[in-house]
Design a protein around this ligand. Structure first.
Ligand code: FE2
Ligand code: FE2
Length: 457
């Protein structure tokens, strides 16, 4: 079962658990709303227990968190519950497979009891007194001044968080006409910090293609690629974070494109194409309607389909040319679209994508930036699954600027194809001095080869 499905099971339970607490705050235990919501929560738990031995809901900064990834999409629905749990110093709630409706009802009663306002320690004691051991809580550790700082999420968690955040951003905008800028800012900061600390891992993440959710992965990938490309020419963290924020929002106008056009599996007709092209201007309008207008985001939403030679759309006269950061997003946007799988096209491998894009240097793309982009991505960007001439499978790790065909790789299988328990890292450029002379034979599609790239990053 893939990560998204697993996460959805936990999400369904977290949502119903949260609604159950809300109902208990409003109505007595025998009220039909409470009874109906208890059933919903138990059903969601049953479904999750088909896969999980235990359900645990971590709570951090007003969010439920699954395996380190905040479930941003639930934010609005669960905020009151998570705030209530946090006010009681509860950091995690665990449910073992055999918990009963009666136990759940006692537990919820303890949480929702306004008259006693019990804290974590007292709730845990009460659970013990009632012989309830299949539902338990963990208490928030009290942090010293320095401990809260520098808690840095690993690369895959940041990627997952960003995708969750993108869903929340799109859904909130559709429902409430506002963009939750606090979430955009958090993700933008995480992406920028990750790139500053571990460029190879972040680039590898942007090559992940096993999520079906193009709309959400695309914005994340464009932000990662754009910030990495920009970090080659400037090292001002604030500007890089602003760029990440703007890149995350570059396609926000697509929320106003009719879904049947946005997700049409075939080619668009002229009228549909016009609606699609309109997303740049729609994005500008959405961003300008926000309480705090982010000028760089407005500019990039407007210019991201305008080309270096000022062709593209929307057609606009400007004597100054495009903003340099728009030129960066333009390259990364096209690269991610070309290398992604869509209902109407296969993904191009990175080398093919670059060779197609290379023909457009000077028209679509600014030459100097494109050259830096090529050196950054290499022929085999980090995170690419390849077969070596020895028939071993490997995942590329680092581009060697002086030897683009010979990156550093992690060998993950033997010649026979059986996976290694301990992958081996080698630099293919060094291998040329050895007798083995390993080199890359071909790029493989990880989905077809059934290799989970993220577990090797
Ligand atoms: Fe776009
Ligand atoms: Fe885009």
């Amino acid at each position: 079962m893939d990560q998204i499905t697993l996460k959805n099971l936990i999400k369904a339970f977290a949502k119903n658990f949260s609604l159950l607490i809300t109902e208990n705050m409003l109505y007595p235990p025998q009220h039909p709303n409470v009874i109906a919501q208890t059933k919903q929560a138990l059903t969601a738990a049953e479904v999750a227990f088909e896969v999980f031995e235990e359900i645990y809901l971590d709570i951090r900064e007003g969010q439920f968190v699954f395996e380190g990834i905040p479930l941003y999409e639930l934010k609005q629905i669960v905020l009151k519950t998570t705030q209530l749990l946090e006010s009681k110093e509860i950091r995690c709630v665990r449910f073992a497979k055999n918990f009963t409706a009666q136990e759940l009802s006692v537990f919820i009663g303890l949480i929702a009891d306004k008259s006693r306002a019990l804290q974590a320690d007292s709730i845990q004691k009460e659970l013990g007194k009632n012989n309830i051991f299949s539902i338990s809580i963990e208490k928030k550790p009290s942090l010293t001044a320095d401990e809260g700082k520098g808690n840095f999420l690993p690369a895959d968690k940041i990627y997952g968080s960003s995708i969750e955040a993108n869903k929340l951003i799109f859904n909130t905008l559709l429902k409430e006409n506002t963009i939750p800028m606090d979430i955009v800012d958090k993700v933008a900061e995480d992406i920028t910090s990750l790139i500053t600390l571990d460029r190879a891992s972040s680039l590898a993440l942007s090559s992940l293609r096993d999520y079906d959710e193009y709309t959400f992965t695309h914005s994340t990938n464009v932000a990662i690629l754009s910030v990495t490309l920009a970090s080659n020419i400037l090292n001002d963290a604030e500007t890089l974070t602003q760029l990440a924020r703007a890149a995350l929002l570059h396609d926000i106008g697509k929320t106003r494109v009719p879904p049947e056009v946005l997700h049409k599996p075939g080619k668009l007709n002229d009228e549909e194409w016009q609606l699609m092209r309109n997303h740049s201007i729609l994005g500008v309008k959405i961003l300008e309607q926000q309480e705090e207008v982010n000028e760089l985001a407005v500019l990039i939403a407007c210019q991201h389909h305008m080309k270096y030679d000022m062709s593209g759309y929307p057609a606009m006269e400007t004597s100054r040319g495009l903003h340099p950061l728009s030129l960066i997003v333009n390259i990364c946007d096209v690269y991610d679209a070309v290398t992604s799988k869509r209902p109407y096209k296969k993904p191009f491998p990175p080398d093919k994508a670059l060779s197609i894009m290379m023909r457009l240097i000077g028209c679509d793309f600014e030459p100097r930036l494109f050259k830096i982009f090529t050196q950054m991505i290499g022929i085999y960007p980090p995170g690419t699954l390849v077969r070596l001439n020895t028939q071993e499978l490997a995942i590329t790790r680092k581009v060697q600027t002086q030897a683009l065909l010979l990156p550093e790789v992690k060998i993950i299988s033997k010649e026979t194809g059986s996976l290694l328990d301990e992958p081996i890292i080698i630099n293919l450029a060094d291998e040329q001095q050895n007798s083995s002379k390993r080199s890359i034979e071909t790029i493989l599609d990880p989905t077809e080869a059934k290799i989970d790239i993220i577990s090797y990053i």
